[in-house]
Design a protein. Structure first.
Length: 195
């Protein structure tokens, strides 16, 4: 009986090729050449699709540079399937490396499912290739610094009149228990005493 089941399962073996899922947003803005280097892209740099091929440290460095150097106040992070734990680690670790108060960093998380297709290739070459549809989990995280409204449309960095360099705030107001905002321009120098 068991030998008969083994031969039937061996006859029905097929090769399954998992096709790439659709991207949640285009990899490059429509106004930019897709073949050029990533550093030449000006628009859409804050839309990041995470994969397991890139390490957590690389994503942390990239996100920090987008916020600190390029002036973005909103990051759109997306992951699917096995990259979801990486996105969760990134969204938990990123606020601690940014020089903003914790109450200014807002995180929005939404989950979803995307349908992906698999090619089923039979062993017999006379049969046609069939397709199977399955669901794949997705996670979408939006990280906003402050109100996130300092950007014109949420996807472009702040640009000064001098050129393409982003505007960096000189000081941030710190909120206290009351409704007054306290500005800290510089902390006093501490003198070391000889012991």
């Amino acid at each position: 009986m068991k030998s008969q089941e083994k031969t039937e399962s061996a006859e029905k073996r097929v090769k399954i090729r998992k096709l790439a899922p659709p991207k949640p947003f285009p990899p490059v803005a429509a106004s930019v050449s897709a073949t050029g280097p990533r550093s030449a892209h000006k628009e859409g740099k804050n839309f990041i699709y995470l994969t397991r091929k890139t390490s957590l440290g690389a994503y942390m460095r990239r996100c920090k540079n987008l916020i600190m150097n390029d002036g973005y106040k909103i990051l759109h992070l997306h992951a699917a399937g096995a990259a979801i734990p990486l996105l969760m680690q990134l969204s938990c670790a990123l606020p601690s490396i940014l020089p903003f108060p914790k109450d200014e960093i807002h995180t929005e998380i939404s989950t979803g499912t995307v349908e992906v297709q698999d090619e089923i290739i039979p062993d017999d070459e006379d049969e046609d290739i069939t397709y199977r549809t399955r669901g794949k989990s997705t996670l979408y995280v939006v990280i906003r610094i402050g109100d996130g409204q300092s950007e014109k449309d949420g996807s472009k960095p702040i640009v000064t009149d001098e050129g393409s360099k982003p505007k960096k705030p000189k000081s941030r107001p710190k909120k206290t228990a009351g409704s007054k905002a306290v500005l800290v321009f510089e902390e006093p120098e501490q003198e070391q005493e000889d012991i």
